[in-house]
Design a protein around this ligand. Structure first.
Ligand code: TXE
Length: 488
């Protein structure tokens, strides 16, 4: 049995040591706000800069470690996350509010990500354009293309997937020989601390991995501003992503953004409607709609529009909303009071702008005080704000399309471009959609939420910036290419 500990008082992890801070914060359980999940140290700019210095000092040694050593470290972390998925999943469900099965699955997925990148440490970015030897166009000259680590990377992550999003940043960063300063979202300090505690025991040299918890404005900004941070990978809202990009670009730091989404699920007249309703419920409402890949726009061909809406409404009535740890619950609470207020405000906006209410959208009382609401469904017009702006909660809009061409046009009519799905039995429309949807990821007869961990993840337009994350493509961001010439 692997023994780790979940700190009730989460501290900073800087240069191989756990440190407290001048101020602390607490995280509460969104299923039962009377329960404190953890107390955590809130770093200030000074501690953030100390972590950056530690990562800078550790980089030369760690970047020249053997691929085997890096692979062993990552494999250990992955193995422990998988072995402890139930215990860590329970912590995740308590701190963020997704249901226990979703939380356990996310934790196991984080372990799989670390194990995948243990292999990537050995492949050294090959397959992403590294590790090539070519004959030169000049006689007697050898040319080789290699990939080297970027340096010190600042990793800034959101609250909605507090194990797997940090995993798919930290694992490739370490696999490719970079040193890391990790700043999780303030809403989920216990998860960030538990992940850091596992990493702290995996055999890394001091300073190769650092955890600093604190506000985006202070600690996040310190990472963005520091000339010692060579690269920044940010996942979060589009607005904050823009701030990070602007600030980092002025000092020519490498930047990767994964930001918001307003993803469409197209349902054609020839679709299996039960399957389409399943895709819509999973994609739009599971994890309380708090996923960037959520399908918040359901674009339905006129011939099946009313039948689809009726079936979906019927399914929404059966969904169970309750305490994230309760067996048989489909949807837990939303993450905090602010998110609940924002979601309920969106319900009001929908009514005021003339969208037709189909189901849900009200706050719910449960046996424990929490941020519960029923899943909301509206019939909207493409011009409505609820059909254009990211809500990041359990609210979806149905848009009517006369035919496939109009459905595709509506799907692409958005400033975002993360993912898009289509439910159809027409190979012709499925193939055309895969090629013409202006997004980073397409799904056919599958929910838009739910991706594999060994292939590229990410979007276009307002949903992303820079190289894709995950899979072999992660080498694009976490390494830099070097071409060597030698006269033999
Ligand atoms: O984001 P925030 P949240 C998006 C999703 C939603 C948001 C939810 O669309 O909009 O993330 O996460 C730090 N300088 N995605 O509310 O508030 C902050 O402390 C530096 C998309 O957490 O932007 C936190 O650690 N850092 C994604 C992180 O940024 C700053 C998948 C995100 O905070 C900062 C999941 C600043 N000025 C969620 N301001 C995708 N597309 O893959 C804040 N932070």
């Amino acid at each position: 049995m692997i023994h780790g500990e979940i700190h009730q008082n989460v501290r900073q992890y800087i240069n191989g040591r756990w440190e407290t801070s001048a101020t602390t914060g607490v995280s509460a359980n969104p299923s039962d706000t009377s329960e404190v999940v953890a107390e955590y140290a809130r770093a200030d700019r000074r501690q953030a800069e100390a972590a950056i210095r530690a990562a800078t000092e550790a980089f030369p040694h760690w970047s020249h470690s053997t691929p085997q050593r890096r692979a062993d470290v990552l494999d250990r972390i992955g193995a422990e996350l998988i072995a402890r998925k139930d215990e860590l999943g329970l912590l995740l469900a308590r701190e963020e509010g997704k249901t226990l099965p979703e939380a356990v699955a996310e934790t196991a997925r984080a372990g799989q990500v670390f194990k995948f990148f243990a292999g990537e440490a050995l492949r050294g970015g090959a397959g992403a354009g590294g590790g090539e030897n070519l004959a030169s166009v000049r006689a007697g000259v050898q040319v080789d293309v290699t990939r080297e680590p970027v340096g010190v990377v600042g990793l800034i992550t959101p609250w909605n997937a507090p194990f797997v999003i940090p995993a798919w940043k930290i694992a490739p960063a370490l696999a490719h020989g970079n040193s890391v300063v990790f700043k999780p979202a303030e809403l989920v300090p216990a998860c960030g601390g538990a992940l850091a505690e596992i990493i702290s025991r995996a055999g890394l040299p001091a300073g190769a991995f650092n955890l600093v918890m604190g506000s985006g404005r202070e600690v996040g900004q310190a990472l963005v501003d520091s000339a010692l941070v060579d690269a920044l990978s940010f996942t979060g809202s589009t607005a904050n992503g823009e701030r990070v990009l602007q600030a980092a670009a002025t000092r020519r730091a490498k930047v990767q953004l994964e930001t918001g989404g307003k993803n469409a699920l197209v349902v054609l007249a020839d679709a299996d409607l039960d399957r389409a309703v399943d895709c819509a419920v999973q994609g739009a409402y599971f994890s309380a709609g708090q996923r960037c890949t959520a399908s918040s726009r359901l674009i339905v061909e006129a011939a099946v529009h009313d039948a689809f809406v009726a079936k979906l409404r019927q399914r929404l009535k059966t969904l169970k909303i309750g305490h994230a740890l309760e067996r048989g619950i489909d949807i837990g609470p939303v993450a905090n009071e602010e998110r609940l207020a924002m979601n309920l405000a969106w319900v009001e906006i929908a009514r005021e702008e003339g969208a037709e209410h189909v189901w849900g959208g009200e706050a719910l009382e449960r046996s424990t005080p929490g941020h519960y609401m029923s899943p909301a469904l509206f019939l909207a017009k493409p011009s409505h704000r609820i059909a254009r702006e990211e809500i990041f909660g359990p609210l979806a809009s149905v848009l009517r399309a006369d035919d496939y061409d109009e459905a595709l046009a509506l799907c692409n009519d958005t400033p975002f471009g993360l993912c898009a799905g289509i439910c159809t039995n027409s190979l012709k429309h499925a193939m055309h959609f895969r090629r013409h949807a202006v997004v980073g990821m397409t799904m056919v007869n599958l929910p838009t939420a739910g991706v594999d961990f060994h292939v590229p993840f990410g979007g276009r337009k307002g949903s992303g910036y820079g190289p894709r994350e995950q899979g072999r493509h992660a080498a694009e961001f976490y390494t830099t290419v070097k071409t060597g010439y030698m006269l033999a």
